[in-house]
Design a protein around this ligand. Structure first.
Ligand code: B12
Ligand code: SF4
Length: 447
């Protein structure tokens, strides 16, 4: 091997390293310099978060798995244009979402390139898709959860609708995060107020009632309708395709226009069915003007068109969304769909139940369930449904109202309707001690 010290590559590399006056050589990195670099790359706002910030606690392991050298995180904000997001025509709003979504990925790419050229390691997980979809439906598919990072960086706070509201640009923003291999000299601080002023317009406009006035978010109501063209709807379509015998049989299940929508999603990127909560949010210094000027006019021009829109809503049978949509929006058509999150493992069952819990379906239920799963994923778990909330604890805790013992694989087969519950009881594959109706009520709590 040639002597490394005299190799032209090594000489040039060391010459570059010697440029000591460049702020990129400073350790920790100069915050003002880095901010300018990010704004220059196209970000509308930017903030920095220490990897040891408590706000990162629940995602630090995942972040370090993606990039073990992470010392800090850059949070990126890119603005969306309001008028297209406020259009009731989905193709217009989605063009804005896709354009700015790609922009975030491009901005993050440019920042990582510039840092890399300066010898600073950085990694940019996607703004949304592609994700680690192989984890679906048994766990989260995203690598970084951008919202808590943006909050910790001081770029905004989640409103009642769970979207981050920037103090100036309102919620008309998309977010990105870049993992950086060096410390940064100054980190952001959480805002000392929430730009959300609780007007509840997001609550009034969501067609599937995913947003409650008390801030509760029904994630699967949103997922099943809004993401119909994404993974949940795709899986259901593939199963329909497999189950139908011929063209006529298929057409009984799937209309030509649904196929046309699906074609568009495959070729041009999947479209969101709503985001009405974002469209109507008047929070933010640049946004609040029309609302303050004339609330009634704002309601008529910006909120009512979404409420009055005739459209198809995609809702699961056992969900809070079903009763809500039928009552509040009788002019909207409801299409009953299979649940988007049907677990394929016990791990997935424990994750998915927390997200798909339907609190109105659980009204009046006060019960402790002891589950003993045997087999490969053997575990004991206590589920308590009380006051319309669900809590899950490992082990058999407290006094059970019902005890269920079953092989984990059989349980998953039951949930996927591959195993008949009556047959499972007769063959003693499903052992139940206590009031069996409680199991029936339990199953109804998830949609
Ligand atoms: C999973 C996800 C969803 C899920 C869950 C939404 C949610 N509130 O978390 C669904 C499919 C419902 C969804 C819908 C939408 N999303 Co989305 N989504 C994400 C994603 C990938 C992660 C969100 C996250 O961190 N959740 C966890 C915590 C922080 O949020 P939370 O509200 O406290 O969590 C609750 C639920 O989400 C649930 N939960 C936790 N994990 C998961 C995972 C899944 C699959 C589900 C269904 C639920 C769920 O548990 C919590 C208890 O209620 C991010 C991209 C990313 N990588 O960060 C974009 C992101 C949050 N989405 C975004 C947008 C814009 C939307 C939509 C408007 C659709 C659209 N047109 O783009 C709607 C708005 C719905 C709403 N009011 O929240 C933006 C928000 C920008 C902003 N200003 O805040 C993000 C940040 C994408 C981006 N890069 O900009 N989304
Ligand atoms: S629409 Fe109103 S209540 Fe909903 S997030 Fe915006 S400011 Fe908050």
């Amino acid at each position: 091997m040639a002597k490394l010290d005299t190799h032209p590559t090594v000489i040039k590399f060391r010459e570059q390293q010697a440029l000591a006056d460049n702020p990129s050589r400073q350790k920790p990195l100069d915050a003002a310099w880095l901010k300018e670099l990010c704004i220059g790359a196209g970000a509308d706002d930017v903030g920095f978060v220490d990897i040891n910030d408590p706000a990162v606690d629940d995602q630090r392991d995942k972040i370090l798995e993606a990039y073990p050298k992470t010392k800090a995180i850059i949070s990126i904000v890119a603005r969306m244009n309001r008028t297209p997001v406020q259009s009731t025509l989905r193709s217009i709003a989605n063009t804005e979402f896709h354009t700015v979504g790609h922009e975030i990925d491009q901005i993050s790419h440019t920042i990582v390139r510039q840092l890399e050229d300066l010898g600073i390691g950085a990694l940019n997980p996607a703004m949304a898709f592609p994700m680690e979809m192989g984890n679906f439906p048994d766990g989260n598919t995203f690598i970084v959860s951008h919202k808590p990072i943006a909050e910790a960086a001081g770029l905004g706070v989640m409103g009642i609708h769970r979207n981050v509201i920037h103090p100036k640009y309102g919620n008309f923003i998309l977010l990105g995060s870049i993992l950086v291999g060096q410390e940064i000299a100054e980190y952001g601080e959480q805002l000392d107020y929430n730009p959300c002023f609780e007007c509840k317009l997001c609550v009034a406009v969501c067609p599937v009632g995913a947003i409650a006035a008390d801030g509760h978010f029904n994630a699967t109501a949103c997922l099943n309708h809004n993401y119909r063209e994404f993974f949940g709807g795709f899986v259901e379509w593939a199963e329909t395709l497999a189950n139908t015998k011929n063209k006529d049989d298929y057409r009984e299940e799937v209309s030509v226009s649904e196929d046309a929508v699906r074609w568009q999603s495959f070729t041009g990127g999947a479209n969101y069915n709503t985001a009405y909560c974002m469209a109507v949010c008047p929070a933010g210094e640049d946004v609040i003007g029309p609302y303050l000027a004339d609330k009634r006019q704002f309601l008529n021009e910006t909120v009512k068109p979404f409420q009055q829109k005739e459209e198809t809503l995609f809702i699961t049978e056992n969900s809070d969304a079903m009763a809500y949509a039928a009552k509040k929006f009788p002019h909207k058509k409801i299409q009953v769909v299979d649940g988007g999150i049907v677990p394929q493992s016990i791990k997935g069952f424990l994750w998915g139940t927390q997200i798909s819990f339907q609190r109105k379906q659980a009204d009046g239920l006060d019960a402790t369930y002891h589950f003993t799963f045997t087999g490969e994923e053997a575990t004991q778990q206590t589920f308590v449904v009380k006051d319309k909330t669900l809590s899950i604890e490992e082990g058999l805790v407290g006094t059970a109202d019902i005890e269920i013992e079953i092989d984990g694989e059989d349980w998953i087969d039951l949930l996927n309707q591959r195993l008949n519950p009556v047959w499972a009881v007769i063959t003693r594959r499903l052992k139940i001690k206590g009031d069996r109706n409680l199991l029936f009520r339990f199953q109804k709590c998830f949609g």
